[in-house]
Design a protein around this ligand. Structure first.
Ligand SMILES: *[C@@H]1O[C@H](CO)[C@@H](O)[C@H](O)[C@H]1NC(C)=O
Ligand SMILES: *[C@@H]1O[C@H](CO)[C@@H](O)[C@H](O)[C@H]1NC(C)=O
Ligand SMILES: *[C@@H]1O[C@H](CO)[C@@H](O)[C@H](O)[C@H]1NC(C)=O
Ligand SMILES: *[C@@H]1O[C@H](CO)[C@@H](O)[C@H](O)[C@H]1NC(C)=O
Ligand SMILES: *[C@@H]1O[C@H](CO)[C@@H](O)[C@H](O)[C@H]1NC(C)=O
Ligand SMILES: *[C@@H]1O[C@H](CO)[C@@H](O)[C@H](O)[C@H]1NC(C)=O
Ligand SMILES: *[C@@H]1O[C@H](CO)[C@@H](O)[C@H](O)[C@H]1NC(C)=O
Ligand SMILES: *[C@@H]1O[C@H](CO)[C@@H](O)[C@H](O)[C@H]1NC(C)=O
Ligand SMILES: *[C@@H]1O[C@H](CO)[C@@H](O)[C@H](O)[C@H]1NC(C)=O
Ligand SMILES: *[C@@H]1O[C@H](CO)[C@@H](O)[C@H](O)[C@H]1NC(C)=O
Ligand SMILES: *[C@@H]1O[C@H](CO)[C@@H](O)[C@H](O)[C@H]1NC(C)=O
Ligand SMILES: *[C@@H]1O[C@H](CO)[C@@H](O)[C@H](O)[C@H]1NC(C)=O
Length: 657
């Protein structure tokens, strides 16, 4: 777990010019036009004109053109109409993230059934620019089909998207970077970062959920019958916030943030958008301490695990920002949240879960391993935070309870013959979530037990990735993100890299994907059906919870671990696996954390350099390496058993003795 959190010295940061900017997918302008023509239907003259600033595209009667923006984007559509031959003329636009749902009759979906309505411009009213209302901001699409539905002849001068994602960011001014000798791994890191930019939205453009409970998954709707989507609900305070998905739900979901927060922190460092999201959850806390399943306007539902994720969010926010004033402000609410969670712990030592709501897995109940591993993780966070804030009142109780969870989980839920924990005491199902979390939370009793879990999880992979049997035939890139962390924590970086290439490689490069952002879930057979939804067009192709690789690569492969707030203490522990080159960096308010790793094909380090901010201190774990570390201040420290501690911040380099 984390070592204790200390007081922060106040230091100025120097701007870091970000290397490898060429990998960033975010556009350099917020004014976008289509990149190419995907397909034409009917009689259209010069369809390609809308992909450049020259010429007109003319629709001759009923016809349509599908444009491709080359990557998933977001925003408000405008068409500049040159002429229309009849007053009854209309131009419609239909959006989709995946090529699977390209249509000249509907968009992909945001509701539990059916498809979303296209947007229509009454272009027969005359020449000029027509722009959709702000509430029709489409949060994610790669393809846009422009439709003429009458016999009129309509000419367009241009089609523009006002790109609205990440409203407070300078889109290409990342604070973090990553590079290795493996191009697929590099592209995955940047697609994760870009996915999170799409998921950062203007808080006044959340999903209004007008049809929640009205259009349900048992409806058989083929084409949209009514106006089906509005992005017009104010979900948080402030001018930007982080939501689960860009197309939908466009709501604050605490579980999703447990992955998204760290990947934001090591890339754009837009922790402002995370703060507004967290605050909106804490604003909904009940008098008994319970935190919500999701932010407004979602229905109030009890979820034990998502409650815990809001607590993790606060601890992680403090870890990356070191914002002690913020932590103090929320500390009373945080403690009430911990107490609410502890009220489920029974005489066995484990929490007995009675709320089934989780990440849309089934069977969340009883002495569930995932819930208990997360609770164990939260209690260790809570103890560190209490030490930081000098509030010792609960530390003994929390420590005793944590120890009780650990021994009971291993006594009641560990299945020696499978090398995995069972989901609860009355099942033989071995979940991906609980086993990944058990390793992440250090619920295991030994390093060997963690390695056994890592190998047992890897042995179950199919051709498209790691299965989550607790959710049927699902591949969950959310839980897969925790599995990645588990392989690194179990000391098996090559297993993590194999999972990255297999699962996120598929998610990035399959032609049905956006090839730029990560889908929320799919099936073990590679179909883009996410089992919890009957309505497949509803699946989000830009989901923050699927971005686990971005932080995993920076933290584990490149070895840049923060162990105290904003990195006032740190651990440099690179786990490059079979990568021969790794270079990464990110910033906190204390300054830059960077590393450069270069190895021969047999694994010897040729260059191993890392930089941490002045005024910080930390330690190094290099495994089976001998030699000495030399700082740019001329300090030399000999490695003992591959380790060194009490190093001051600065630039350090490994040298042979
Ligand atoms: C994990 O737990 C064990 C006790 O079971 C403890 O010895 C070890 O220090 C813990 N590891 C970390 C990283 O906290
Ligand atoms: C072309 O448009 C017609 C009429 O709307 C439709 O039935 C057909 O599916 C469309 N074909 C393509 C390839 O979009
Ligand atoms: C074209 O679409 C508009 C907007 O939905 C609709 O009002 C109009 O009736 C349609 N025209 C035809 C000929 O279908
Ligand atoms: C794009 O939308 C933003 C936010 O609504 C607005 O401030 C800006 O003026 C728009 N830009 C253009 C070029 O229309
Ligand atoms: C939807 O279709 C299924 C299968 O055809 C049918 O069983 C079900 O009753 C239908 N639901 C509604 C609400 O019409
Ligand atoms: C969102 O827009 C719809 C359609 O215009 C409207 O009915 C609804 O009241 C709006 N919701 C909010 C919160 O403004
Ligand atoms: C917005 O800020 C106000 C004032 O600080 C606060 O009372 C309210 O709870 C906040 N709402 C949300 C959704 O964060
Ligand atoms: C125990 O786990 C199994 C497998 O996930 C599940 O089907 C069952 O519902 C769980 N039991 C309870 C009481 O939640
Ligand atoms: C969990 O609590 C429920 C409700 O009190 C109870 O019915 C159930 O038997 C308990 N489960 C276990 C495994 O103790
Ligand atoms: C915490 O308590 C210790 C011992 O009582 C004291 O020395 C220290 O200054 C306190 N720190 C803070 C931040 O209050
Ligand atoms: C790393 O291992 C993967 C498969 O495990 C292999 O495809 C790749 O070529 C290896 N890369 C290097 C540089 O050895
Ligand atoms: C850190 O301190 C050293 C020695 O005072 C100085 O040379 C170096 O420029 C400082 N680095 C930063 C990033 O401030």
């Amino acid at each position: 777990m984390r070592s204790s959190w200390l007081l922060l010295p106040a230091l100025a940061i120097e701007a870091l010019a970000v290397p490898y900017e060429e990998y960033i997918l975010a556009p350099s302008s917020r004014d976008l036009i289509p990149a190419s023509v995907r397909q034409v239907n009917g009689s259209v003259t010069n369809a390609a004109a809308l992909t450049s600033s020259a010429g007109e595209t003319t629709f001759n009667g009923v016809s349509s053109v599908t444009y491709d923006f080359g990557l998933n984007i977001a925003g408000i559509v405008s068409v500049d109409v040159a002429s229309a031959s009849a007053e009854s003329a209309f131009i419609g636009v239909a959006f989709t993230e995946s090529s699977l749902w390209i249509s000249n009759e509907a968009c992909d979906a945001t509701q539990d059934a059916g498809l979303d309505t296209p947007l229509w411009f009454p272009v027969g009213q005359g020449a000029g620019v027509y722009t959709v209302d702000k509430k029709y901001n489409r949060g994610a699409f790669r393809y846009l089909t422009v439709i003429s539905n009458t016999t009129a002849t309509v000419s367009l001068n241009s089609l523009h998207i006002n790109y609205t994602a990440a409203p407070t960011q300078d889109l290409r001014a990342y604070k973090g970077y990553f590079h290795s000798n493996d191009e697929l791994i590099n592209r995955i890191w940047y697609a994760g970062a870009y996915t999170l930019q799409l998921c950062s939205i203007d808080p006044t453009s959340g999903d209004a959920l007008v049809w929640l409970g009205v259009i349900t998954s048992s409806d058989n709707i083929t084409l949209p019958q009514t106006d089906t989507w509005w992005s017009n609900y104010t979900i948080t305070n402030g001018s930007s916030t982080l939501v689960d998905g860009a197309k939908r739900d466009r709501l604050v979901w605490p579980g999703d943030m447990s992955i998204a927060l760290e990947s934001v922190a090591v890339s754009t460092a837009d922790l402002y958008s995370i703060r507004t999201a967290l605050e909106s959850l804490y604003a909904l806390q009940k008098a008994d301490g319970r935190l919500p399943y999701a932010g407004k306007p979602f229905t109030d539902i009890v979820s034990y695990t998502y409650h815990l994720h809001s607590l993790i969010g606060a601890a992680s926010y403090y870890e990356y920002t070191g914002d002690r004033a913020w932590l103090s402000r929320y500390w009373g609410q945080y403690k009430k949240g911990v107490q609410w969670a502890l009220s489920s712990v029974d005489q066995t030592g484990l929490a007995n879960i009675t709320a089934s709501a989780d990440w849309l897995r089934f069977g969340m109940g009883a002495h569930n391993i995932e819930a208990n591993a997360i609770l164990y993780y939260v209690l260790n966070d809570a103890i560190s935070l209490a030490q930081t804030l000098n509030d010792s009142s609960n530390i003994r109780n929390w420590s005793t309870t944590a120890a009780g969870i650990k021994s009971a989980a291993n006594a009641l839920l560990w299945d020696e013959s499978s090398g995995l924990y069972t989901d609860n005491e009355t099942t033989t199902l071995h979940p991906q979530d609980g086993n990944s979390w058990a390793v992440k939370a250090n619920l295991t009793l030994s390093a060997n037990q963690s390695a056994v879990i890592s190998s047992a999880l890897a042995a179950r992979w199919g051709p498209y990735g790691a299965p989550a049997p607790e959710a049927g035939t699902t591949v969950s890139p959310f839980i897969g993100g925790f599995e990645l962390q588990a392989h690194y924590l179990a000391g098996q970086p090559d297993v993590a890299l194999d999972l990255l290439r297999l699962q996120w490689g598929f998610m990035l490069d399959d032609p049905r994907m956006t090839n730029s952002s990560f889908i929320e879930g799919y099936s073990t057979d590679g179909s883009l059906v996410y089992a919890p939804y009957r309505n497949t067009p509803r699946v989000s192709h830009a989901h923050g919870w699927s971005t686990g690789p971005t932080s995993a690569l920076t933290i584990y492969a490149a070895g840049l671990h923060l162990t105290g707030p904003a990195g006032v203490t740190w651990l440099f522990k690179p786990q490059p696996g079979n990568l021969t080159q790794v270079e990464a960096g990110f910033e906190t308010r204390l300054g830059a954390f960077q590393s450069i790793i270069s190895r021969s094909s047999t694994g010897e380090y040729q260059d191993l350099t890392f930089t941490t901010p002045n005024g910080t201190s930390g330690s190094v774990e290099l495994g089976n390496v001998s030699g000495k570390l030399v700082s740019d201040q001329g300090v030399t420290v000999r490695l003992v058993g591959g380790k060194a501690s009490e190093l001051q911040g600065g630039k350090w380099k490994l040298e042979s003795i």
